[in-house]
Design a protein around this ligand. Sequence first.
Ligand code: ATP
Ligand code: MG
Length: 358
Amino acid sequence: MALLQRLPRFRRKPLLTGLDIGSHSIKLVRLKTRQGSYQLVNFGVMPLPPRAIVDHTIMDEGSVVTAIRNLIRMEKISARDTAVALSGQAVLTKTIRLPRMSDRELAEAMQWEAEQHIPFDMADINLDFRILASGNAAGGQMDVLLVAARKARVAERASLLTAAGLRPAVVDIDGLALANAFEAGHGLADTPIALVDIGASTMNVNIVSDGATAFQRAVAIGGDRYTSAVQSALGIDHDQAEALKMGHGHIDAARQEALLDVMATVSTEIGGELQRSFDLFRTTTNRGVDRVVISGGCGCIRGLDRFLGAHLGLPVSVANPFDRVYCDDSQFDAAYLQDMAPLAAVGVGLALRRRGDR
Ligand SMILES: Nc1ncnc2c1ncn2[C@@H]1O[C@H](COP(=O)(O)OP(=O)(O)OP(=O)(O)O)[C@@H](O)[C@H]1O
Ligand SMILES: [Mg+2]
């Protein structure tokens, strides 16, 4: 199993089913190539019971396996080869600059480099690497992204898929999947762009530039925080709070004001964490972020892009990973896809992966 794959090498191998296993829901995306671009074949979302996955750890494997099985039945998926992601927190990444060398030499060099850079026992980790596009820069040199994941975490994801009747073909990293989805739609970013996935429990901040991830940080904040804040501010139950957060349900004017206030409080917290991330990025690289693209379920919160834009003083937009993907109107409801697009970003990045071990 490849932990990572270099995209260009396996152009002709079949595209994998992308399965983004989040704490709130599982997203399945399947693409096919179409006239040098991509066409959407499947997109399905299956909610998970609360606390089935906590802090990226699978607490209730049975529920997760059942949800995956239901999703593949619902989407009538027969191809078993699947790409999943580990969270950025579960892996160690390091960019290393090396002289240009052959693939074989590089594979040997990386083993040695890993021993220098990775503070884990080599026997406990899966190691992978990828030559970054930015490596073309300095004469005769290349930048290589070294990735180390604990074997136990990779095995956990693999056994989940196997239990659901799927074949684990690629274990990716969520932040890299996000960057791949963005690059497939918009090309390589030459100025730093923050790709920010705000899910239910985690906000994943990835700053990409020149085809490489230059900065990555995960913060424990997301949709769950909005829901619990609304719940306690308005004295209502979880499901009512969840509905109000999504703009459903009716409340009187006074409560509407309280709702907006509490939503803004959490959005301000998110803005603060983003600012902190961008400050850290500036300290380490001396560069500023040019613009921000938000994805994940919180990307669906009305006006969050404008709110964060004002807070950060930067252009903020909502990701649409289906932007450059052909979606057949007779198969997909265009309005539904538009609404759900932010949730699909990591899944689309995974569905761009192809079979082929390295
Ligand atoms: N239309 C909407 N408006 C507001 N919030 C929404 C909307 N749709 C989904 N959400 C919220 O987004 C969150 C789910 O997002 P997402 O599917 O990206 O999370 P996840 O991938 O399951 O979780 P994580 O990545 O944090 O483990 C939930 O908190 C949900 O309430
Ligand atoms: Mg997620």
